[in-house]
Design a binder for this molecule. Structure first.
Ligand SMILES: C[S@@+](CC[C@H](N)C(=O)[O-])C[C@H]1O[C@@H](n2cnc3c(N)ncnc32)[C@H](O)[C@@H]1O
Length: 295
């Protein structure tokens, strides 16, 4: 049976039908780590090859490379530092990590979907209410990922705003809520630009808007899927394929440089599995870029 991908407008208008915060987290972040081991957090002593699971390898890539870039972007900054996470979704790991830096005084999270915004509000307001199971609590996650079980509490203190964002609107008019709290010293975004934008022109406008919202010298740490055209947010509904913008390394690098950024690092992760019913990305691309001038 050949499966079709819904149109961008159908995805956007019915996003809540396709994307459920807990199903998304459970599938992508709670995979058993090896064939014989049901632990959801893979031991860092295992090599990627030993993990035997493409999604677990991708999550480890996300955690360790975002950690590297956020740490290096924040280390030279002096208090007060303001961080924006663009399309946080229900995944707060890397904003929890950023909360651990003394100089970070304020974190702004954002998302398109109300259910995702509500999920983050619950993490902040009701301790432990968003733990997915006994095996996956946010405290256990930050201890595993960043070696610090206290990051959840620091995040709860430093994140005061969860804003609405719509990346797909022409001329980035759907970014006005987050723009009202600019300038930022660091903007993170993970697996979201290719999802929220309509096409490459729209993607470029988002990069220009990030440039405008950053302080000079500020950092954009952008993790995205490499050359992906569809994905499935819920493994139990494989026919619900959602479209994404197909972005390449060359295009992303060139567009950042043409729009007021210097590229500090590009880190790539290629999938070995060539055919998955869940996605068709070649892998992941993480870019850390710093603002050189206003565009
Ligand atoms: C694949 S999830 C990534 C979530 C999270 N950042 C992570 O790393 O797991 C894609 C996110 O993009 C958000 N999104 C979808 N359409 C959007 C839009 N038009 N504008 C902004 N965000 C959007 C979704 O709500 C979701 O949180």
């Amino acid at each position: 049976m050949s499966l079709s991908t819904v149109s961008f407008d159908e995805k956007k208008e019915n996003y809540g039908r396709f994307f459920d915060p807990e199903s998304y987290l459970k599938f992508y972040f709670c995979q058993p780590t090896t064939d014989s081991n049901q632990d959801v957090f893979p031991s860092w002593s295992l090599s990627d090859r030993e993990l035997n699971n493409e999604i677990v390898r991708a999550i480890r890539f996300k955690v360790r490379t975002m950690k590297f870039c956020i740490e290096n972007a924040l280390r030279p900054k002096k208090k007060p530092v303001k961080v924006l996470d663009l399309s946080t979704g229900p995944f707060c790991g890397n904003v929890m990590f950023a909360s651990g830096f003394d100089q970070v005084t304020e974190i702004v999270c954002s998302d398109f979907l109300e259910e995702n915004r509500k999920y983050i509000i619950r993490i902040i307001e009701v301790p432990n209410s968003c733990d997915l199971s006994e095996a996956f609590t946010w405290t256990k996650f930050t201890k595993w990922a960043y070696g610090n079980a206290d990051l959840v509490n620091l995040f709860r203190k430093k994140c005061r705003e969860i804003k609405f964002v719509d990346m797909s609107k022409a001329s980035a008019t759907g970014m006005s809520e987050i723009e009202s709290s600019a300038p930022y010293d660091l903007i993170n975004s993970e697996w979201a630009f290719c999802e929220g934008s309509r096409d490459l022109e729209n993607y470029k406008v988002l990069i220009q808007k990030c440039n405008k919202m950053l302080q000079k010298g500020g950092s954009l740490v952008l993790l995205d899927l490499l050359e992906q055209t569809f994905w499935v947010p819920d493994a139990s509904r494989l026919d619900n394929r959602m479209p994404t913008v197909c972005v390449s390394q060359d295009w992303l690098k060139k567009t950042l440089i043409q729009n007021g950024f210097a590229v500090e690092h590009i880190i790539l992760h290629f999938y070995e599995q060539k055919h998955s019913p869940m996605f068709n990305a070649k892998g992941n691309i993480l870019v850390w870029a710093s603002k050189t001038h206003e565009v």
